[in-house]
Unconditional design. Structure first.
Length: 374
């Protein structure tokens, strides 16, 4: 029994009497010691003392997360803690990588926007109603504005590599610098490219199957039936794309943290996301993507409006740099703020799944120099 203050346990009833509440130290006082008799029991009968509060759960947290299954809040806070503890290896490396990719791509886009690409025949109306701006000039600038997005594809491939490595060190309480992150990840760039191409091929295969099925449906000549089947094919493609999006979500992280090749990384990711955890991973990734897109829009939209109004008038010369520059600024914000956050969530989801399925928390405790009791 516990002798903590405020906790009372029932004692033995005195001979010849009725059941009554006895304080913990009443056993040392004889019932006939001449003192006043104790008060009668409550009308409702004997009332046991409330149980003591449960002991607090012990957890071991050597780094950014406790070594146990994680909640959504712990995953998000773990990403923020990683960024705060390793600003150079996260935000600094993200800024450097994004700038190196976007600066030449933006310069190329501005040059292309100023050229006559012969798109005037595509658009017959002036979108701004200004005779000084031809439809072809606007369409050229619009096409050129997508060039920075191609450079951003490279950034979206490299940043998850860097963030996964930083997360792997941060969960064990270690910090890494920008240079250390580059040295430990540069050998994994080619496997990551191969993994990404394999994933793209999987999505392309689904698209090809859907297009062939749709073409065969329309070739049958049944108009109403073809429309209905096409709608079903579109829904099926969306479901298959979401399914693949979740199943391969850990592949790049596995390339870094497990030094895996493309096929093994995809197989490992496929196995870790199987069963009931699929829906939990899907929900967390979807919510993270929604929050990240909202934050990116809030930050990038005012910057885009400022760049748009910076042009004196919407003529062909101003549009040649406004649209590509606006796109580049938006991608820069996404690369520095949004992509590291999303990549960090994927990495911690991978760690969480290995804790739940493979006992990674126990393995990490055994590898660390200090034990939970120490």
């Amino acid at each position: 029994m516990s002798d903590e203050p405020g906790w009372a346990a029932p004692g033995p009833a005195p001979s010849g009497g009725t059941d009554r509440w006895v304080p913990p130290d009443a056993g040392s006082v004889p019932p006939d010691a001449g003192s006043a008799p104790p008060p009668p029991p409550p009308s409702g009968g004997y009332r046991p003392a409330p149980p003591p509060p449960p002991a607090p759960r012990l957890e071991y947290r050597p780094g950014i997360i406790p070594l146990r299954p994680l909640t959504l809040g712990e995953i998000w806070s773990g990403v923020f803690a990683t960024v705060r503890g390793n600003p150079g290896a996260t935000l600094g490396l993200a800024l450097l990588t994004t700038a190196l990719a976007l600066v030449p791509a933006t310069a190329l886009a501005i040059w292309l926007a100023g050229q006559d690409l012969g798109l005037a025949a595509v658009l017959s109306a002036d979108p701004f109603g200004d005779p000084n701006l031809s439809a072809g000039a606007y369409s050229d600038a619009t096409l050129a504005s997508y060039v920075p997005g191609l450079a951003m594809w490279v950034v979206s491939l490299l940043l998850p590599l860097f963030v996964a490595l930083v997360i792997g060190h941060a969960i064990q309480g270690r910090k890494v610098t920008l240079g250390q992150t580059w040295q430990q990840t540069r050998g994994r760039i080619l496997p990551a490219i191969g993994t990404t191409l394999l994933i793209v091929a999987m999505f392309a295969g689904v698209i090809v199957v859907v297009l062939l099925a749709a073409a065969g449906t329309w070739a049958s000549g049944d108009g109403a039936g073809s429309v209905a089947l096409t709608v079903l094919l579109v829904v099926g493609f969306a479901a298959a794309a979401v399914y693949l999006w979740v199943k391969v979500s850990f592949a790049v992280t596995i390339v870094v943290l497990e030094s895996a090749g493309p096929r093994r990384a995809v197989r490992r990711s496929w196995g870790l996301t199987g069963g009931r955890p699929f829906w939990r991973i899907f929900g967390i990734r979807l919510l993270t993507a929604i929050v990240a897109s909202i934050v990116g829009s809030i930050v990038a939209t005012p910057i885009g409006l400022i760049a748009l109004f910076a042009a004196d008038d919407p003529d062909a010369t101003s549009m040649a740099w406004v649209l590509p520059l606006t796109q580049a600024v938006s991608l820069l914000v996404q690369g520095v703020l949004v992509t590291p956050f999303v990549s960090g969530v994927d990495s911690l989801l991978y760690v969480d799944q290995r804790i739940r399925r493979e006992g990674l928390d126990v393995q990490l405790m055994q590898q660390l120099p200090t034990s939970p009791s120490g």
